[in-house]
Write a protein that binds this ligand. Structure first.
Ligand code: OOG
Ligand code: NI
Length: 384
Protein backbone atom coordinates (compact mmCIF):
# COMPACT_ATOMS: atom_id res chain seq x y z
CA UNK A 1 0.00 0.00 0.00
CA UNK A 2 1.31 3.45 -0.87
CA UNK A 3 0.59 6.41 1.33
CA UNK A 4 -0.26 9.59 -0.49
CA UNK A 5 1.47 12.77 0.59
CA UNK A 6 -1.01 15.58 0.99
CA UNK A 7 -0.17 19.24 0.57
CA UNK A 8 -0.39 20.97 3.96
CA UNK A 9 -3.42 23.24 4.38
CA UNK A 10 -1.08 26.17 5.22
CA UNK A 11 0.61 25.76 1.84
CA UNK A 12 -2.72 25.41 0.07
CA UNK A 13 -3.70 28.71 1.71
CA UNK A 14 -0.50 30.36 0.47
CA UNK A 15 -1.33 29.15 -3.08
CA UNK A 16 -4.91 30.36 -2.72
CA UNK A 17 -3.88 33.80 -1.53
CA UNK A 18 -1.29 34.17 -4.32
CA UNK A 19 -3.85 33.18 -6.96
CA UNK A 20 -6.41 35.64 -5.55
CA UNK A 21 -3.79 38.37 -5.63
CA UNK A 22 -2.87 37.65 -9.26
CA UNK A 23 -6.53 37.66 -10.24
CA UNK A 24 -7.33 40.88 -8.39
CA UNK A 25 -4.37 42.76 -9.88
CA UNK A 26 -5.63 42.06 -13.39
CA UNK A 27 -9.23 42.82 -12.43
CA UNK A 28 -8.53 46.08 -10.55
CA UNK A 29 -5.51 47.93 -12.01
CA UNK A 30 -5.56 50.59 -9.26
CA UNK A 31 -4.78 47.78 -6.84
CA UNK A 32 -1.42 47.38 -8.62
CA UNK A 33 -0.65 51.05 -7.89
CA UNK A 34 -1.46 50.47 -4.23
CA UNK A 35 0.85 47.46 -4.10
CA UNK A 36 3.66 49.60 -5.55
CA UNK A 37 3.19 52.24 -2.83
CA UNK A 38 3.18 49.58 -0.12
CA UNK A 39 6.33 48.04 -1.60
CA UNK A 40 8.15 51.40 -1.58
CA UNK A 41 7.22 52.13 2.04
CA UNK A 42 7.97 48.63 3.30
CA UNK A 43 11.38 48.73 1.58
CA UNK A 44 12.33 51.64 3.85
CA UNK A 45 11.51 49.64 6.97
CA UNK A 46 13.80 46.91 8.11
CA UNK A 47 12.23 43.62 8.97
CA UNK A 48 9.11 44.10 6.88
CA UNK A 49 9.23 41.95 3.84
CA UNK A 50 6.44 41.75 1.34
CA UNK A 51 4.79 38.54 2.37
CA UNK A 52 1.59 38.72 0.40
CA UNK A 53 -1.84 39.92 1.31
CA UNK A 54 -3.14 39.91 4.85
CA UNK A 55 -6.82 39.70 4.07
CA UNK A 56 -9.61 39.84 1.54
CA UNK A 57 -13.36 40.26 1.91
CA UNK A 58 -16.41 38.58 0.44
CA UNK A 59 -20.18 38.87 0.93
CA UNK A 60 -22.42 35.82 0.72
CA UNK A 61 -26.14 35.62 0.08
CA UNK A 62 -27.53 32.55 1.85
CA UNK A 63 -27.01 30.22 4.77
CA UNK A 64 -26.12 27.38 2.41
CA UNK A 65 -23.48 29.52 0.70
CA UNK A 66 -21.90 30.25 4.09
CA UNK A 67 -21.96 26.57 4.93
CA UNK A 68 -20.26 25.69 1.64
CA UNK A 69 -17.63 28.41 1.98
CA UNK A 70 -16.83 27.22 5.52
CA UNK A 71 -16.09 23.77 4.04
CA UNK A 72 -13.93 25.25 1.28
CA UNK A 73 -11.99 27.45 3.71
CA UNK A 74 -11.41 24.57 6.10
CA UNK A 75 -9.30 22.93 3.35
CA UNK A 76 -7.15 26.10 3.40
CA UNK A 77 -6.76 26.01 7.18
CA UNK A 78 -9.11 28.97 7.62
CA UNK A 79 -11.36 28.85 10.71
CA UNK A 80 -14.23 31.20 11.65
CA UNK A 81 -13.21 33.50 14.49
CA UNK A 82 -15.52 36.08 16.04
CA UNK A 83 -18.99 37.37 15.25
CA UNK A 84 -19.42 40.89 13.87
CA UNK A 85 -22.89 42.39 14.02
CA UNK A 86 -22.93 45.11 11.36
CA UNK A 87 -26.63 45.88 11.80
CA UNK A 88 -25.61 48.30 14.55
CA UNK A 89 -24.05 50.37 11.77
CA UNK A 90 -27.13 50.13 9.56
CA UNK A 91 -25.73 47.38 7.32
CA UNK A 92 -27.88 44.32 6.51
CA UNK A 93 -25.05 41.80 7.08
CA UNK A 94 -23.30 39.90 9.83
CA UNK A 95 -19.79 38.52 9.55
CA UNK A 96 -16.92 36.41 10.75
CA UNK A 97 -13.20 36.27 9.96
CA UNK A 98 -11.96 32.99 8.51
CA UNK A 99 -8.32 32.87 9.60
CA UNK A 100 -5.40 30.71 10.67
CA UNK A 101 -5.40 29.93 14.38
CA UNK A 102 -1.77 28.93 15.01
CA UNK A 103 1.54 30.82 14.91
CA UNK A 104 2.86 28.37 12.38
CA UNK A 105 -0.21 28.94 10.25
CA UNK A 106 0.31 32.72 10.30
CA UNK A 107 4.01 32.33 9.55
CA UNK A 108 3.41 30.16 6.52
CA UNK A 109 0.59 32.31 5.15
CA UNK A 110 -1.14 35.11 7.07
CA UNK A 111 -4.05 35.34 4.64
CA UNK A 112 -7.58 35.51 6.02
CA UNK A 113 -11.02 36.34 4.64
CA UNK A 114 -13.54 38.71 6.21
CA UNK A 115 -16.80 36.97 5.31
CA UNK A 116 -20.22 38.57 5.51
CA UNK A 117 -23.63 37.03 5.16
CA UNK A 118 -26.67 38.97 3.95
CA UNK A 119 -29.39 39.40 6.58
CA UNK A 120 -32.38 38.41 4.45
CA UNK A 121 -34.52 39.08 7.54
CA UNK A 122 -33.59 42.77 7.28
CA UNK A 123 -34.96 43.14 3.73
CA UNK A 124 -38.56 44.30 3.25
CA UNK A 125 -40.92 41.41 2.55
CA UNK A 126 -41.67 41.57 -1.21
CA UNK A 127 -38.06 42.29 -2.11
CA UNK A 128 -36.84 39.53 0.19
CA UNK A 129 -38.60 36.98 -2.00
CA UNK A 130 -37.02 38.43 -5.12
CA UNK A 131 -33.60 38.29 -3.46
CA UNK A 132 -34.09 34.72 -2.25
CA UNK A 133 -35.16 33.58 -5.70
CA UNK A 134 -32.11 35.13 -7.36
CA UNK A 135 -29.77 33.65 -4.74
CA UNK A 136 -31.33 30.20 -4.76
CA UNK A 137 -30.90 29.88 -8.52
CA UNK A 138 -27.16 30.50 -8.47
CA UNK A 139 -24.45 27.99 -7.76
CA UNK A 140 -21.18 29.53 -6.63
CA UNK A 141 -18.83 26.52 -6.83
CA UNK A 142 -18.27 24.57 -10.06
CA UNK A 143 -19.04 20.85 -10.31
CA UNK A 144 -15.33 20.12 -10.43
CA UNK A 145 -14.91 22.22 -7.29
CA UNK A 146 -17.60 20.22 -5.50
CA UNK A 147 -15.96 16.97 -6.58
CA UNK A 148 -12.57 18.06 -5.24
CA UNK A 149 -14.08 19.36 -2.02
CA UNK A 150 -15.75 16.00 -1.36
CA UNK A 151 -12.51 14.25 -2.24
CA UNK A 152 -10.50 16.44 0.16
CA UNK A 153 -12.93 15.73 2.98
CA UNK A 154 -13.10 12.01 2.30
CA UNK A 155 -9.40 11.34 1.93
CA UNK A 156 -8.33 13.93 4.51
CA UNK A 157 -6.36 16.17 2.16
CA UNK A 158 -5.31 16.86 -1.41
CA UNK A 159 -2.19 15.93 -3.36
CA UNK A 160 -0.22 18.70 -5.10
CA UNK A 161 -2.08 18.27 -8.40
CA UNK A 162 -5.47 18.00 -6.73
CA UNK A 163 -4.60 21.02 -4.61
CA UNK A 164 -3.71 23.10 -7.68
CA UNK A 165 -7.01 22.18 -9.28
CA UNK A 166 -8.96 22.95 -6.10
CA UNK A 167 -7.27 26.34 -5.71
CA UNK A 168 -8.30 27.19 -9.30
CA UNK A 169 -11.93 26.28 -8.63
CA UNK A 170 -11.97 28.08 -5.27
CA UNK A 171 -10.50 31.29 -6.73
CA UNK A 172 -13.08 31.21 -9.53
CA UNK A 173 -15.84 31.56 -6.89
CA UNK A 174 -14.56 35.06 -6.11
CA UNK A 175 -13.99 36.34 -9.66
CA UNK A 176 -15.71 39.43 -10.98
CA UNK A 177 -18.50 38.77 -13.45
CA UNK A 178 -19.62 41.75 -15.45
CA UNK A 179 -22.91 40.16 -16.50
CA UNK A 180 -25.58 40.45 -13.85
CA UNK A 181 -27.64 37.50 -12.71
CA UNK A 182 -30.81 39.65 -12.38
CA UNK A 183 -32.49 42.15 -14.72
CA UNK A 184 -31.91 45.88 -14.54
CA UNK A 185 -35.27 46.64 -12.90
CA UNK A 186 -34.52 44.15 -10.12
CA UNK A 187 -31.01 45.54 -9.70
CA UNK A 188 -32.42 49.05 -9.26
CA UNK A 189 -34.98 47.86 -6.73
CA UNK A 190 -32.35 46.01 -4.70
CA UNK A 191 -30.06 49.01 -4.84
CA UNK A 192 -32.77 51.40 -3.68
CA UNK A 193 -33.30 49.24 -0.59
CA UNK A 194 -29.56 49.14 0.13
CA UNK A 195 -26.57 49.16 -2.29
CA UNK A 196 -25.05 46.29 -0.34
CA UNK A 197 -28.07 44.10 -1.13
CA UNK A 198 -27.66 44.81 -4.85
CA UNK A 199 -23.96 43.93 -4.64
CA UNK A 200 -24.67 40.61 -2.96
CA UNK A 201 -27.75 39.48 -4.88
CA UNK A 202 -27.26 40.68 -8.47
CA UNK A 203 -24.32 38.57 -9.56
CA UNK A 204 -23.55 34.98 -10.40
CA UNK A 205 -21.13 34.74 -7.50
CA UNK A 206 -19.64 36.52 -4.47
CA UNK A 207 -16.86 38.55 -6.09
CA UNK A 208 -14.05 39.53 -3.79
CA UNK A 209 -14.54 43.19 -2.94
CA UNK A 210 -11.02 44.02 -1.75
CA UNK A 211 -7.59 42.68 -0.87
CA UNK A 212 -5.36 44.12 1.82
CA UNK A 213 -1.59 43.95 2.15
CA UNK A 214 0.26 44.99 5.29
CA UNK A 215 2.14 48.29 5.32
CA UNK A 216 4.88 49.30 7.74
CA UNK A 217 3.74 52.93 8.08
CA UNK A 218 0.08 53.49 7.29
CA UNK A 219 0.22 57.27 7.80
CA UNK A 220 2.99 57.56 5.20
CA UNK A 221 1.07 55.28 2.86
CA UNK A 222 -2.16 57.27 3.28
CA UNK A 223 -0.33 60.48 2.28
CA UNK A 224 1.41 58.80 -0.62
CA UNK A 225 -1.91 57.45 -1.91
CA UNK A 226 -3.32 60.98 -1.83
CA UNK A 227 -0.21 62.36 -3.52
CA UNK A 228 -0.58 59.79 -6.31
CA UNK A 229 -4.07 61.15 -6.93
CA UNK A 230 -5.94 58.13 -5.64
CA UNK A 231 -9.50 58.69 -4.42
CA UNK A 232 -9.07 57.60 -0.81
CA UNK A 233 -11.02 57.46 2.44
CA UNK A 234 -10.83 60.72 4.39
CA UNK A 235 -9.42 59.14 7.53
CA UNK A 236 -7.53 56.10 8.74
CA UNK A 237 -9.85 53.69 10.60
CA UNK A 238 -8.95 52.45 14.06
CA UNK A 239 -6.80 53.91 16.84
CA UNK A 240 -4.72 57.06 16.26
CA UNK A 241 -0.97 56.82 15.59
CA UNK A 242 0.87 55.69 18.75
CA UNK A 243 4.32 54.64 20.01
CA UNK A 244 3.08 51.12 20.68
CA UNK A 245 0.64 50.17 17.90
CA UNK A 246 -2.51 48.43 19.11
CA UNK A 247 -5.22 46.51 17.28
CA UNK A 248 -5.68 47.45 13.64
CA UNK A 249 -5.43 50.58 11.50
CA UNK A 250 -6.72 50.59 7.94
CA UNK A 251 -7.24 52.86 4.99
CA UNK A 252 -8.46 52.28 1.45
CA UNK A 253 -8.98 53.78 -1.97
CA UNK A 254 -12.64 54.05 -2.78
CA UNK A 255 -14.45 51.58 -4.96
CA UNK A 256 -14.20 51.88 -8.72
CA UNK A 257 -17.26 52.72 -10.75
CA UNK A 258 -17.74 49.71 -12.99
CA UNK A 259 -20.18 48.86 -15.74
CA UNK A 260 -22.49 45.91 -15.23
CA UNK A 261 -24.38 44.35 -18.16
CA UNK A 262 -27.99 43.22 -17.95
CA UNK A 263 -29.64 40.98 -20.52
CA UNK A 264 -32.94 42.10 -22.04
CA UNK A 265 -35.24 40.52 -24.64
CA UNK A 266 -33.52 42.45 -27.38
CA UNK A 267 -29.92 42.72 -26.22
CA UNK A 268 -27.99 44.26 -23.37
CA UNK A 269 -28.30 47.33 -21.19
CA UNK A 270 -25.91 48.49 -18.53
CA UNK A 271 -25.67 50.27 -15.18
CA UNK A 272 -22.92 51.59 -12.97
CA UNK A 273 -21.87 49.68 -9.87
CA UNK A 274 -19.37 50.48 -7.11
CA UNK A 275 -18.06 47.70 -4.92
CA UNK A 276 -14.43 46.82 -5.50
CA UNK A 277 -11.52 48.63 -3.93
CA UNK A 278 -8.08 48.18 -2.37
CA UNK A 279 -7.11 48.55 1.26
CA UNK A 280 -3.97 48.53 3.43
CA UNK A 281 -3.55 47.69 7.09
CA UNK A 282 -1.11 47.98 9.98
CA UNK A 283 -1.52 45.69 12.96
CA UNK A 284 -0.52 46.17 16.59
CA UNK A 285 -0.99 44.45 19.93
CA UNK A 286 -4.03 42.31 20.70
CA UNK A 287 -5.89 43.73 23.69
CA UNK A 288 -7.30 41.77 26.61
CA UNK A 289 -11.02 42.16 27.36
CA UNK A 290 -9.98 44.86 29.85
CA UNK A 291 -7.88 46.63 27.22
CA UNK A 292 -10.62 46.32 24.66
CA UNK A 293 -13.18 47.85 27.00
CA UNK A 294 -10.86 50.82 27.54
CA UNK A 295 -10.29 51.07 23.79
CA UNK A 296 -14.03 51.14 23.09
CA UNK A 297 -14.45 53.82 25.73
CA UNK A 298 -11.67 55.93 24.17
CA UNK A 299 -13.13 55.43 20.70
CA UNK A 300 -16.57 56.57 21.84
CA UNK A 301 -15.15 59.72 23.46
CA UNK A 302 -12.63 60.25 20.60
CA UNK A 303 -9.96 60.74 23.28
CA UNK A 304 -7.14 58.23 23.58
CA UNK A 305 -5.10 60.12 26.19
CA UNK A 306 -6.14 57.70 28.94
CA UNK A 307 -4.84 54.68 27.00
CA UNK A 308 -1.26 53.90 28.16
CA UNK A 309 1.25 54.04 25.33
CA UNK A 310 4.28 52.16 26.60
CA UNK A 311 5.01 48.45 26.78
CA UNK A 312 5.47 48.31 30.54
CA UNK A 313 2.14 49.98 31.31
CA UNK A 314 0.28 47.81 28.82
CA UNK A 315 1.75 44.72 30.46
CA UNK A 316 1.45 45.82 34.09
CA UNK A 317 -2.15 46.91 33.67
CA UNK A 318 -2.97 43.73 31.72
CA UNK A 319 -4.34 45.70 28.79
CA UNK A 320 -2.56 43.69 26.06
CA UNK A 321 -1.42 40.09 25.58
CA UNK A 322 2.30 39.28 25.72
CA UNK A 323 4.11 36.12 24.65
CA UNK A 324 6.70 34.20 26.69
CA UNK A 325 9.47 36.48 25.34
CA UNK A 326 7.60 39.52 26.58
CA UNK A 327 6.59 40.76 23.13
CA UNK A 328 3.05 41.92 22.39
CA UNK A 329 0.89 39.32 20.62
CA UNK A 330 -0.28 40.71 17.27
CA UNK A 331 -4.00 41.39 16.82
CA UNK A 332 -5.20 39.14 13.99
CA UNK A 333 -8.90 40.07 13.93
CA UNK A 334 -11.04 42.98 12.78
CA UNK A 335 -12.84 45.93 14.32
CA UNK A 336 -16.58 46.32 13.78
CA UNK A 337 -16.53 50.13 13.67
CA UNK A 338 -13.65 50.13 11.18
CA UNK A 339 -15.34 47.47 9.10
CA UNK A 340 -18.53 49.53 8.98
CA UNK A 341 -16.54 52.59 7.87
CA UNK A 342 -14.84 50.56 5.15
CA UNK A 343 -18.14 49.11 3.92
CA UNK A 344 -19.79 52.50 3.79
CA UNK A 345 -17.08 54.51 2.13
CA UNK A 346 -17.17 51.98 -0.65
CA UNK A 347 -20.89 52.09 -1.12
CA UNK A 348 -20.53 55.85 -1.51
CA UNK A 349 -22.62 56.21 1.60
CA UNK A 350 -22.28 58.65 4.42
CA UNK A 351 -20.14 57.22 7.17
CA UNK A 352 -22.49 58.42 9.88
CA UNK A 353 -23.86 55.52 11.82
CA UNK A 354 -27.58 55.15 11.25
CA UNK A 355 -29.87 53.46 13.67
CA UNK A 356 -31.68 50.44 12.35
CA UNK A 357 -34.25 48.28 13.99
CA UNK A 358 -32.26 45.09 14.14
CA UNK A 359 -29.93 43.33 16.51
CA UNK A 360 -27.28 40.73 15.98
CA UNK A 361 -28.21 37.11 15.51
CA UNK A 362 -25.12 35.04 16.25
CA UNK A 363 -27.21 31.88 16.73
CA UNK A 364 -28.64 32.10 13.20
CA UNK A 365 -25.17 32.81 11.82
CA UNK A 366 -23.70 29.78 13.56
CA UNK A 367 -26.55 27.55 12.44
CA UNK A 368 -25.80 28.55 8.85
CA UNK A 369 -22.09 28.02 9.41
CA UNK A 370 -22.73 24.59 10.88
CA UNK A 371 -20.50 25.25 13.89
CA UNK A 372 -19.85 27.94 16.48
CA UNK A 373 -17.37 30.73 15.75
CA UNK A 374 -14.18 30.59 17.82
CA UNK A 375 -13.60 33.13 20.58
CA UNK A 376 -10.71 35.44 19.74
CA UNK A 377 -9.87 36.14 23.39
CA UNK A 378 -9.45 32.42 24.05
CA UNK A 379 -7.08 32.19 21.09
CA UNK A 380 -4.96 35.13 22.29
CA UNK A 381 -4.88 33.88 25.86
CA UNK A 382 -3.63 30.50 24.62
CA UNK A 383 -0.93 32.18 22.51
CA UNK A 384 0.69 33.73 25.58
C1 OOG B 1 -15.83 44.05 4.46
C2 OOG B 1 -15.39 45.24 5.26
C3 OOG B 1 -14.58 44.79 6.47
C4 OOG B 1 -12.18 45.26 7.13
O1 OOG B 1 -11.00 45.28 6.77
O2 OOG B 1 -12.57 45.74 8.19
C5 OOG B 1 -13.14 44.63 6.21
C6 OOG B 1 -16.59 44.38 3.22
O3 OOG B 1 -16.58 45.54 2.75
O4 OOG B 1 -17.18 43.44 2.68
O5 OOG B 1 -12.68 44.03 5.29
NI1 NI C 1 -10.73 44.88 4.80
Amino acid sequence: MTTQAFRHSDHLRADFSQALSDMYRTEVPAYGTLIDIVGRINAEHEGIRSEGERHGAIRLGTASELHLIARVFEIFGLHPVGYYDLSVAGLPVHSTAFRPITDQGFNTSPFRMFTSLLRLDMISAPLRETAELALNTRSILSEEGHRLLDLAENQGGLTDDQGDAFVREAVAIFAWRKRAHVDLATYKLLKSEHPLIADIVSFQGPHMNHLTPRVADIDAAHHMMAAEGMDIKDTIEGPPRRNVPILLRQTAFKALTETVDFQTDIGWESAEHTARFGEIEQRGAALTPKGRALYDQCLASKDFSSFPDDIAALRDQKLAYFNAEGEPVTYEDFLPVSAAGIFKSNLRESEDVESLEATGNQAAFETALGKPVLDMFDLYANAT
